[in-house]
Every structure is written in structure tokens, then in C-alpha cells.
Design a protein around this ligand. Structure first.
Ligand SMILES: N[C@@H](CCC(=O)N[C@@H](CS)C(=O)NCC(=O)O)C(=O)O
Length: 207
């Protein structure tokens, strides 16, 4: 039995859900309700000592950290591989996963969370959103160049593409995606990612 302890609104949870749908896996979704603070409760801290989602339990094997989880699921579950077998293509996948965690998502999250956590009735600080979006420019320019003539970052669809989808989704949902829509290769890539059934299911996950 594969249990996924996650929140449907969480970017890192969505990476795991997308990978699971790509693999066609059966799993049991356990909603860790962040609004109720369930991610900081002792029960969840025993699964994820930093008080964050997601984590998994696969037949007694417990694991946290979304990128470690998707690598594990890809290796352990049947279904189409999300990791290229060619060493160079695999290295490209790893490079782009590292770019995502180091230079893309920290800036994207600065802008996204600034809007997400602004209480209703108040305006998000535009300077914080702008700083987050400005921080994304180098990564977006680099992606734009890399995606010229390519459908996906490592050639074929891989874990690397999954890692960017949650942030691109929130940028679009929050109306701050001009950095994506203004770059034709990035925009076309996001079009392909967001059209995948696995991604549609990941964002439609019932609570
Ligand atoms: N490095 C972790 C990050 C997990 C993370 O930041 N999760 C967020 C949701 S996307 C969370 O639990 N936030 C709750 C909090 O910050 O208290 C991973 O990849 O799993």
C-alpha cells in the first residue's frame, strides 16, 4: 500500500501526485490539512520532522522530500520511466531539477506566497511580488534558450518537467505569468505540460 501524506494545494505535493498519475499508480491520499496546522502536529512530525508536506509510506518504507520521493516512485513503480536511460539525457534532467530547486522555485515562491498568504481584504505587497518575479528572469531566459527546438527539458518528458509545473501553474493562476507567456519556447513547453492528463489530475485532486 502506498500512502501519500500531502495537501492538494501544495506545490511539492503536486509534483508527487503528477508523478503518480504518470506512473498510473494506485495510492491512498491522506490530506494533511495545513489550514488546521496538521503538518505541525506530532503525528505528522514523526513522518516529516521539518513539519512540511509531502511524505509517503510505501509498504512501511517512509520517505520525505518531494524530489527524493518522485525519484523513488519512478524507480520503484511500474509504468513508463520518467528518467532517461541515456547518461547525458539523465544528466540534463538532473541539471534542470537542480536549476529548479536552486534558481527557479525560491523566486517563484516569493511572488506566489506573497499573494497566497495575504489576508483577504488586504493587498499583497507589490514590491515583494516584483522582487520574486525579477529573481526569475535569469532562469526563464535560460529555459527559453534551452527549450528551443525541444519539447521537454531532457528531450523526452521527465521528472525535471514535473518539478517546474506546480510553480508555473500558480504563476498562471495568480495572473503573474507574463514572464512565461512572453517567452515563446517556455510558453509552448508550459502548454504541453499543463495539457498532460497527469497534471490535470494532480491539480484536480480532491481534498
Ligand atoms: N523541500 C521540501 C519542501 C516542502 C515544502 O516546503 N512544503 C510546503 C508546501 S509546498 C509546506 O509544507 N509548507 C508548510 C509550512 O511552510 O509551514 C520538499 O521538497 O518536500
Amino acid at each position: 500500500m502506498l500512502k501519500v501524506y500531502a495537501s492538494p494545494v501544495s506545490t511539492c505535493s503536486r509534483k508527487v501526485l503528477c508523478a503518480l498519475h504518470e506512473k498510473g499508480a494506485d495510492y491512498h491520499f491522506v490530506h494533511v490539512d495545513m489550514k488546521k496546522g496538521e503538518h505541525k502536529a506530532p503525528e505528522h512530525l514523526a513522518r516529516q520532522p521539518f513539519g512540511l508536506v509531502p511524505s509517503i509510506d510505501h509498504d512501511g518504507f517512509a520517505l520525505y522530500e518531494s524530489r527524493a520521493i518522485i525519484r523513488y516512485l519512478d524507480a520503484a513503480l511500474p509504468g513508463a520511466s520518467l528518467t532517461p536511460s541515456d547518461p547525458k539525457a539523465r544528466a540534463m534532467m538532473e541539471q534542470w531539477m537542480s536549476v529548479e530547486s536552486s534558481y527557479f522555485s525560491p523566486h517563484a515562491l516569493k511572488a506566489i506566497l506573497n499573494i497566497f498568504y495575504t489576508p483577504k481584504g488586504k493587498e499583497p505587497d507589490p514590491a515583494v511580488t516584483a522582487a520574486g518575479l525579477a529573481g526569475l528572469v535569469t532562469a526563464l531566459d535560460t529555459l527559453e534558450k534551452a527549450l528551443a527546438g525541444k519539447e521537454y527539458l531532457a528531450g523526452s518528458f521527465s521528472l525535471a518537467d514535473i518539478c517546474y509545473a506546480p510553480y508555473l501553474q500558480y504563476l498562471a493562476d495568480l495572473g503573474i505569468a507574463s514572464g512565461v507567456t512572453d517567452r515563446p519556447n517556455v510558453a509552448a513547453w508550459w502548454g504541453r505540460l499543463s495539457a498532460r492528463p497527469s497534471w490535470k489530475k494532480a491539480i484536480a485532486q480532491a481534498v
